[in-house]
Design a protein around this ligand. Structure first.
Ligand SMILES: Cc1cc2nc3c(=O)[nH]c(=O)nc-3n(C[C@H](O)[C@H](O)[C@H](O)COP(=O)(O)O)c2cc1C
Length: 248
């Protein structure tokens, strides 16, 4: 379909159609992580071998899980899920290398968390600060669980999850190097992050379900994003299986 939005997008983001990016123009590079006001709660240290499962087994077992047991996640398990989705393995002033790949190592996501049922963490909305290995509570509003669920078109798994991940794209952090083509990479990168969450959730006896159906404007406004610079790209609730037999 010529001139469909999809075709226009592909054309506008072709490598050969790119203008000079801000990096090529010599502009200063954006921060590696957006700052966040508030008290930093250090994440517990994790021992990856405790959560280990055979990779092949986890891949075969993986299903999207939408019904969750009424069971709390430990803070350590949450720290593990954060590490495998966005944790930093190496860094310098300009670049981070993380547990997921990212185009040009831009790592242009900030992780927001709706915490419903995590031992040692009050319910509320949090930001994960990968550079500081900490989380910061940004809202205690008790109505958040319902408003976010409604904004995800009423998908109840958000409210019943132990924790829900919201990955927020920081546009300039990616387009700084790649211009408009960076929009493609943001969406590709999000897939890697969520796949790691799928497999690591399996490794702790839990599950997740990718969520792409949500009311963008409402989610972005509830998370308090700067709409010129950020947007919610992908969402994923996590909870424990009710029994070993339940797949969905
Ligand atoms: C990009 C994307 C968006 C999705 N959005 C939703 C969603 O909003 N709600 C939902 O229940 N499942 C959603 N899913 C999950 C798919 O429905 C699921 O992966 C598919 O049915 C295959 O099942 P499986 O993951 O158990 O293999 C999404 C999956 C992907 C990859």
């Amino acid at each position: 379909m010529k001139n469909s939005l999809g075709q226009l997008f592909l054309e506008a983001t072709k490598y050969q159609n790119m203008d000079k990016s801000n990096q090529e123009k010599g502009k200063p590079q954006p921060v590696l992580e957006r700052p966040c006001e508030g008290r930093k709660i250090e994440l517990p240290s994790i021992d990856l071998t405790e959560m280990d499962g055979s990779l092949n087994q986890l891949i075969i077992q993986r299903r999207s899980l939408r019904n969750y047991a009424d069971k709390a996640m430990t803070f350590k398990q949450l720290a593990y899920l954060l590490f495998v989705t966005q944790g930093i393995k190496q860094k310098n002033e300009k670049v981070t290398l993380r547990t997921v790949p990212s185009a040009g190592a831009r790592h242009a996501f900030d992780t927001y968390l709706l915490v419903n049922h995590v031992e040692g963490l009050e319910s509320g909305l949090y930001r994960y600060l990968a550079l500081e290995d900490a989380v910061v509570k940004i809202s205690s509003d008790p109505t958040l669980k319902d408003t976010l669920t409604n904004a995800c078109l009423g998908q109840k798994m958000i409210a019943s999850s132990a924790v829900t991940f919201f990955w927020v794209a920081d546009i300039e952090r990616m387009t700084y190097r790649y211009g408009e083509r960076g929009y493609r990479y943001l969406h590709l990168d999000a897939g890697h992050v969520c796949q790691n969450l799928y497999l690591s959730a399996e490794a702790i006896g839990a599950g997740t379900c990718a969520v792409g159906a949500f009311d963008d404007d409402r989610i972005n406004s509830i998370l308090g994003l700067n709409l010129d610079e950020q947007f919610t790209i992908y969402i994923a609730p996590v909870g424990f299986k009710k029994s070993n037999l339940e797949g969905e």
